[in-house]
Ligand binder design. Structure first.
Ligand code: F6R
Length: 612
């Protein structure tokens, strides 16, 4: 997804901008550019299609662009193909205004036609250039940049994070946001704007999250933030509490691998502040037993892997709470005229806290009277700020596009919430409550013991990496876990893969099984292990090669039938997916490695999906 950085201060801007853009590379992009302003050279712009390396070479590491005020952008094409011209920054017709934009301007065509009739010439196919040209148009009318920005924001529709530099304002960087993240960073040698904290963490941890409709004016030693009526605002500062090394590879070949290995610690950080004296404590959630009694239905809404967490939680929460739990894809929910009301609890799950569909679904649920609880990893993100309650996963920054540690922390946090709600409802026996809590606390260690010896996963990946199509089968929690295993594999290795509830095989899919087809059979859910085994036998009988994942307790039985078996430690049944998913992540990783794929930046994918 697009990335923005801006700097104004007393150091050369271009190297800072290039470094910041590099730190946001993980988000996915197809072109990049920077604009820097200096007294002597005015506004200088360099942009090009392709990797940042190309831009860096083009500008000699930024040395060619002189000045201490500038903006930079990595673009992920939405309107207009990826090429040099469509790359940001966009320059207004007279060359006086440079602008970077994240988001989508929905009424750009109408504005473009209007400006063209007035004689404005456009050079790109983008919606973003329209904002630059409209800004020049209004600036020429009123000769006041802030007033012109205000007029533009009232005219455009859609989502935006904007960084603006104008030749007539040699010391000021202007920013604005609506439905697309933008933060302000307060540094010692200047101030920053960025769409992602990773871009500026090297320089400062002192940040302000801009709100919707807000406009900011930054100089080297001041920051002023205004609301949409230009009334000055007092903004609350936040401190980013993770270290710069958290967003670096630290000796690992890939962020994905590093993040897989960080899972035990991430889980520890997520659970330990929430378990006190043998009880789950959710300090940030203010729900009472009466409120929970009054809930008639729980909705879990998310996209992608976060949705898969929801699938696991549906099984677990229905078992613990004895209440109907519905899991919905955010992109479907928002347009489904959902049956949500004030008796619904809507839980939204999002690592980034910026996924547009999830945010829109949450807003729709709120509009219909539901109470919303967000499970989010990025502090201060849009979903976190808009939800009635928010619980953070403390996974730290996740850089690889394919989620691993965010998924694991979401899963364990959902288990804790389930337990907490069940306790309020009185639907869980004390002994089971205690058992689950003991096992939750043992998860990091058990996961670590698996991560200390996973050579067999690496070996199986080298044995199976050249399959063109791979099926994941399982029942109940194993099915939910298989959905995630299959997604991991397809997104980074580009192998076609499907996950099926094993019982569904004979209703159609089994016709795809032929001699040599690889089936990853998940048999970790104890209650249905024997049923899962019959499905393994079924696919074996059709010639499938079976790679199984099971627990220590069922190892012997599974090894009798499967061709290859990976064994994870036993835990309480509802927590088993937390351990079972780890070999699936590693399998996907090593298969992708064998196939020479760009693991941290898989093709066509972006880390946070802020467009529909
Ligand atoms: C897959 C993956 C995606 C995200 C999805 C939702 O590895 O990362 O499927 O889970 O785009 O993103 P968030 O959780 O940020 O809302």
């Amino acid at each position: 997804m697009c990335g923005i950085i801006g700097f104004v201060g007393c150091e050369e801007a271009a190297p800072i901008l290039l470094d910041g853009l590099e730190r946001m590379e993980y988000r996915g992009y197809d072109s990049a550019g920077i604009a820097v302003r200096s007294e002597t050279k005015g506004l200088q712009v360099k942009k090009c299609k392709g990797r940042l390396k190309v831009l860096s070479e083009l500008t000699h590491g930024g040395a060619d662009l002189e000045g201490t005020l500038g903006i930079g952008h990595t673009r992920w094409a939405t309107h207009g193909e990826p090429n040099d011209i469509n790359a940001h920054p966009h320059i207004s017709e007279n060359g006086q205004i440079a602008l970077v934009h994240n988001g989508i301007i929905e009424n750009y065509l109408e504005i473009k036609e209007h400006l063209m009739k007035l004689g404005v010439t456009f050079t790109s196919d983008t919606d973003s250039e329209v904002v630059a040209q409209l800004l020049e148009f209004h600036y020429n009318e009123c000769h006041n940049m802030l007033e012109a920005v205000g007029r533009v924001l009232r005219r455009i529709e859609g989502s935006y994070a904007l960084g603006i530099v104008c030749s007539d304002y040699p010391n000021a960087l202007i920013a604005a946001r609506k439905d697309s993240p933008l933060i302000i960073g307060y540094g010692e040698n200047g101030n920053f704007i960025a769409s992602d904290v990773t871009a500026i963490i090297k320089h400062t941890r002192d940040v302000v999250y801009m709100g919707d409709g807000e406009i900011a004016v930054l100089t080297a030693d001041s920051v002023d933030v205004f609301d949409d009526e230009m009334v000055p605002l007092e903004k609350k500062h936040s401190t980013v509490d993770w270290d710069v090394s958290a967003a670096e590879k630290g000796g690992y070949a890939h962020f994905m691998f590093k993040e897989i290995m960080e899972q035990p610690e991430a889980i520890r950080k997520t659970i330990s502040p929430r378990i006190r004296e043998g009880r789950v404590v959710l300090d940030d959630v203010s729900v009472t037993a009466e409120y929970v009694q009054d809930i008639s239905r729980i909705f879990i809404i998310a996209c992608g892997s976060s949705y898969h967490v929801g699938m696991v939680s549906k099984y677990n929460w229905e078992r613990l709470l004895r209440r109907p739990v519905q899991v919905d894809l955010a992109s479907e929910f928002r347009y489904s005229d959902p049956l949500v009301d004030e008796h619904s609890l809507v839980v939204v799950i999002s690592q980034s806290g910026e996924t547009l569909d999830t945010m829109a679904a949450m807003r729709e649920a709120k509009r219909r009277g539901a109470r919303t609880l967000a499970i989010v990893n990025v502090v201060g993100s849009s979903i976190a700020r808009e939800a009635d309650d928010v619980l953070y996963t403390w996974a730290g920054p996740e850089i690889a596009v394919a989620t691993t540690k965010a998924y694991s922390t979401q899963l364990v946090l959902m288990d804790l919430i389930g337990l907490y709600l069940a306790d309020l409802l009185g639907t869980v026996e004390k002994s089971e409550y205690d058992d689950i809590l003991v096992e939750v606390q043992a998860l990091p260690e058990k996961m670590q013991s698996f991560l200390d010896h996973f050579e067999d996963v690496q070996y199986f990946a080298s044995r199976y990496f050249n399959h063109n199509s791979i099926f994941f089968i399982g029942r109940n929690l194993d099915y939910a876990m298989g959905l995630e295993g299959s997604l991991k594999l397809k997104e980074i290795s580009y192998i076609h893969s499907e996950a099926y509830a094993s019982g569904e095989l004979k209703h159609g899919t089994i016709s795809l099984i032929e001699p040599g087809t690889l089936v990853v059979a998940l048999g970790t859910y104890a209650a249905l292990f024997d049923k899962a085994m019959s499905n393994v036998v079924e696919v074996k009988a059709r010639g499938a090669e079976v790679l199984a994942v099971t627990t220590k307790s069922f190892q012997e039985k599974m090894e009798k039938t499967a061709d290859s078996t990976i064994v994870v430690p036993d835990t309480h049944p509802i927590l088993q997916p937390s351990l079972g998913v780890v070999p699936l992540q590693l399998f996907a990783y090593y298969v992708a490695l064998q196939r020479g794929c760009d693991i941290d930046k898989p093709r066509n994918l972006a880390k946070s999906v802020t467009v529909e």
